[in-house]
Design a binder for this molecule. Sequence first.
Ligand SMILES: *Cc1c(COP(=O)(O)O)cnc(C)c1O
Length: 462
Amino acid sequence: MKYISTRGGISPISFSDAIMMGLATDGGLIIPEKIPDVTDKLGSWSALAYPDLAREILSIFVGDDIPPEDLTRIVQTSYATFSHPETVPLVDIGDIHILELFHGPSLAFKDIALQFLGNLFEYILDHRHGHLNILGATSGDTGSAAIYGVRGKKNMKIFILHPFQRVSPVQERQMTTVLDENVFNIAIEGSFDDGQRIIKSIFNDLDFKDQYHLGAVNSVNWARVAAQVVYYFYAALRVTATTSTEKVRVCVPTGNFGNVFAGYIALKMGAPISKLILATNENQILSRFFNSGVYRRDEVYATISPSMDIQVASNFERYLYYRVGENAPTLTSMMEMFADTGELKLTNCTGTTGIDDQFIAGSSNTAETLQTIRSLFNDSGYLSDPHTAVGISVARKHLKKDEPTVCLATAHPAKFDGAIERALGKNEAHHPSIDKLKTLPTRCVVLPATEEAIREHMVYNI
Ligand SMILES: *Cc1c(COP(=O)(O)O)cnc(C)c1O
């Protein structure tokens, strides 16, 4: 399989080249030349354990770029770090099936993709005798998942910026207790936006980027989408089998459109999914789009589901590309218009009654989300994190008789114990790996929020 850009400016490249490129060099996002149709494989996939299903699906995206036995090893290694024997267990609560994606090392769903990406980078670099210095900024969850994906790996260093004393204590400790030599935690005396601005500016210096082999792990990397496609198949195949139904709905709490975009690809590949239910918190740019066709930037509101406090969703461009009929020039002009005006509108939705028949979209505000955590816990004893609860809250408004609903659980509740305490009046959320963090030594430097300070620190340590 070969890969191209949504903006049409790169000639087809291999899987490994696509992964190393990250963001397409023409400013677009990388996508496969053609989305594979796997409907004839569903029967043979339905009983596979998670790592085996992952190998089957990822081998389609990898093509003949990595020998099958090597890919098997990379996939097995990536999911061996998950603490649950089923990797991503399904838990039934009445009419909702919860798919727990948080049993990886950082206790959030991002581990599914970043454990794989870390091993993939290591493999590719080993074969190319190359090395990579990963640079990223985080407001919380992505940083720890990226650090856990890369720690201790050969030929790689990772530099993660977080805003000093502005991430939660758990999030901070998850990052700074990693003492591996190739991990560099940098607390900047500024905001998350300062961090984003600094790394963007460093990445835009192409000479510096080349000289120091800089790479990114943010959610635009195609390997992250590919790894996330797997659990949509896993859940849909299991739940349709156990409930003797044809298709399921899948509800996804959404920020950057990375997770739910993988669901869209799974649906296009032939997974037995009837609809994707997209759930947002008070930051409603995406739910508004799917209900009105208008994609408009707004200010960012801070909520109890901080990993979804995002306005401009970086993966949305990929979706839009398919919605405009895989037309790169049209897509490019729409993205340019959005960059200029902060707004774009999708017209000519031929063949659909709404904006997109494959999506239902809604949002859950803080009061509704807290109420969902509370009622779930009181009625069934299930404790959900606030991101997951946004999804469950929206899903409950769209339940359909005779069609099961799967809700994706994106984080362990102990990561967001402040919200749990607010919902229940006491903290019921614990996890041994988080309790343990309190006593571990930490390493982190505090630097001014300037590009110069960050560059200097990197150059010194590379
Ligand atoms: C990142 C994250 C999300 C949002 O995922 P997107 O791919 O950005 O839509 C939701 N929940 C948790 C816990 C996260 O860490």
